[in-house]
Design a protein around this ligand. Structure first.
Ligand code: URA
Length: 240
């Protein structure tokens, strides 16, 4: 049986601080199995107890998995003193302590970003060993030479000598392409095109593994993943 303190459950599931959770419990805003519970330290079985906080049922989830359509101008981080982060954009009903983005998109990159509090999941998604492909749509500042396809598939050597794993480049229009990579080096796509003397004007992530950016999500919006979407993330699916 998974027993946890009541204040910890309320804080972790609703995104408020432990201090606020303790205060709300003492003020009688929490009931457990039909009776108001004013003791923050009481141990509760998270799987079995019916917990109501401010009139809403608390359905306990160990971890949360969120998909966001990241907008431009927002930092891929949990918190920052001065700048807005992707975690700041998570609405209160999905918010909880310990959220962080799974890998980083640059400030000016848009598209699919996963946000979770499950460190092991994040590690698996990011690790090149897992071979989870990430697909980006790229707009460039000049036409792409056709031999770029071969160069990407052979593994681009970056300006600092770092060798990238083979990547799949699909030229859609002279200055527009889709690139599939299986790792996430710092500024990787921009640096790969930099080797070809091309600048990236726009970058959007379309998919991670078998999960494609949900069409209904406008930039800045997010929602919880369904169970099947969550499984798709770790599927070795090739987005064409
Ligand atoms: N590659 C980049 O250069 N930037 C991103 O945000 C993601 C991949």
């Amino acid at each position: 049986m998974n027993l946890q303190r009541l204040d910890k459950i309320i804080a972790s599931q609703s995104g408020i601080s432990r201090t606020d959770a303790k205060a709300d419990i003492r003020h009688g805003l929490v009931s457990v199995d039909g009776a108001v519970s004013r003791d923050p330290s009481v141990l509760i079985s998270v799987e079995n107890a019916e917990i109501i906080y401010k009139g809403q049922a608390v359905s306990y989830k160990k971890y949360i998995y969120i998909v966001m359509n990241k907008p431009k101008g927002v930092l891929s981080a949990s918190n920052d003193k001065n700048r807005k982060t992707v975690v700041d954009l998570v609405p209160p009903e999905l918010s909880r302590s310990g959220l962080f983005p799974v890998g980083r998109l640059d400030k000016d990159t848009t598209g699919l970003l996963l946000i979770t509090d499950d460190g092991q999941f994040a590690h698996r998604v990011i690790s090149p060993k897992s071979d989870i492909k990430k697909v980006y749509e790229v707009l460039l500042d000049a036409p792409i030479p056709t031999d770029a396809v071969e160069k990407f598939s052979a593994g681009v050597v970056l300006a600092d000598g770092t060798k990238c794993l083979p990547a799949d480049l699909k030229i859609i229009e002279p200055q527009k392409a889709r690139v599939e990579i299986r790792e996430g080096k710092y500024h990787q796509i921009k640096r790969m095109f930099g080797v070809l003397d091309l600048g990236v004007n726009q970058l959007k992530r379309l998919s991670v593994g078998g999960l494609t950016l949900p069409k209904e999500l406008n930039e800045g919006e997010c929602r919880e993943l369904t169970e099947s979407e969550l499984k798709n993330v770790e599927k070795r699916f090739v987005h064409k």
